[in-house]
Design a protein around this ligand. Structure first.
Ligand code: UDP
Length: 406
């Protein structure tokens, strides 16, 4: 990670999910402290901020990329083969000539809904056509160029943005058009109309459990996941399957491929159990966990208590049923259950009746309600610590100062 003031920080995580995630979070925090002044960072003018970012980052990014692509022994071609492409956000408009001069293919990653991305290029045209001012009678009219927005929506969009934005949008359009492909953080279920217009150019990340969660009642679903490393036996898989099925509580269960010793995935679960499971829940191979825990449908988390998962659960106020397997997970589970009292401990009893009993306590009984209240309080406390002048916030300030002093 290179800072515009010339300082560089190298982050080197172990190649394990639980180590990569916090390292990326730290990288994001450190990076967010770099480059823009306080006034610029606080600016609500997104257009101004993006312009400044493009100006400030072009030169250090060019230096960094050029260095990466050049080898001291001048085997440039060989090195070029090692870096196969650049993936950048659509708002980085300086990248086109840069990547071209380095002969590096580019993919554009877009963080808005595909239909917004397609539609928002119509804004300059709509402005030119003097969409404003708007009569009362036409407020609800659809906007052909930007479905499914209504005129009153576009009115607000145009009202907020300055004309300078039009030129910027045109640059984004050109930069995207000349790239080797466009990646959306979406899926057909959410963006069918826009994605099917040009599927060959898109890559759709699989987030199918979120639309399923959207259909569940608030705080009704038990999320079950044992992180990225834990393995279980075939009989443990079956006990969990029976426990979930007997509890009658909707569930979202992550079973990684290879997580169950000796089998591929979940093929040993008998058909009659699978039928019952499919009625009430969903089994997936991986889930966007932070998004899942944030979802209003989630009411509990049967967890292995890896530290990341424990923190993520606390931060979202999701009470836990603890089933630690290795290393620090035992201590984390004790804190959750005995010290903070925001979860129930399975005490390693991976038995269908015990799992069912715990789920019922958590979702249906007064004890579960009390646990829920306590984790709400803990969530608030932890939330305060990352806000300005909170304890974690202050520690980060110290860390940033410390790194800057090197
Ligand atoms: N994780 C995820 N989806 C899954 C399972 C795990 O995104 O289906 C993420 C989770 O959010 C957490 C990390 O993987 O950030 C696991 O880290 P943790 O320390 O909890 O456990 P470990 O995998 O190191 O045992």
């Amino acid at each position: 990670m290179e800072k515009s003031n010339g300082l560089q920080v190298i982050l080197f995580p172990l190649p394990l999910q639980g180590c990569i995630n916090p390292m990326i979070q730290l990288a994001k925090i450190l990076h967010s402290r770099d480059g823009l002044s306080d006034t610029e960072t606080r600016s609500h003018d997104i257009n101004l901020m993006l312009t400044i970012l493009n100006e400030k980052c072009e030169s250090p990014f060019r230096d960094c990329l050029t260095k990466l692509l050049q080898s001291p022994d001048s085997e440039t071609e060989r090195k070029k083969q090692m870096i196969s492409c650049l993936i950048h956000d659509s708002e980085w408009i300086f990248t086109e000539p840069l990547a071209k001069s380095l002969n590096l293919p580019r993919l554009v990653l877009n963080a808005t809904k595909a239909s917004f991305f397609r539609g928002h290029f119509a804004l300059p045209q709509l402005r030119r056509e003097r969409y404003l001012p708007l009569q009362d009678s036409e407020q609800e009219d659809p906007v052909r160029q930007f479905p499914p927005l209504r005129k009153k929506d576009v009115y607000r969009l145009l009202d907020e943005e300055s004309e300078v934005l039009d030129a910027y949008l045109n640059r984004i359009y050109d930069t995207t058009k000349s790239s080797s492909g466009l990646i959306f953080m979406s899926c057909e279920e959410l963006d069918q109309d826009s994605l099917t217009q040009d599927t060959s150019r898109f890559s759709n990340p699989n987030e199918t459990c979120i639309p399923w969660l959207d259909k569940q009642e608030d705080r009704s679903v038990i999320y079950v996941s044992f992180g990225s490393l834990v393995t279980i036996s075939e009989s443990e898989l079956l006990e969990i399957a029976w426990g979930l099925s007997n509890s009658d509580q909707p569930f979202l269960w992550v079973v990684r491929v290879g997580m169950v010793n000796g089998i591929k995935w979940i093929e040993v679960i008998p058909e009659e159990v699978m039928e019952r499971l499919n009625k009430n829940g969903k089994i997936v191979k991986w889930a966007p966990q932070q998004e899942v825990l944030k979802h209003q449908a989630i009411g509990g988390y049967l967890t292995h208590n890896g530290w990341n998962s424990t923190v993520e659960s606390v931060c979202e106020g999701v009470p836990m049923i603890c089933l630690p397997f290795i290393w620090d997970q035992f201590l984390n589970a004790r804190f959750v259950c005995d010290i903070w009292r925001v979860g129930l401990h399975l005490e390693n009893r991976i038995e269908r009746n015990e799992i069912e009993r715990m789920i019922r306590i958590l979702f249906l009984e007064a004890e579960g309600e009390a646990i829920r209240d306590r984790i709400e309080l803990l969530k608030e406390k932890v939330g305060r610590s990352v806000k300005q002048n909170g304890s974690a916030y202050q520690c980060l300030e110290i860390l940033v100062d410390h790194i800057s002093s090197f």
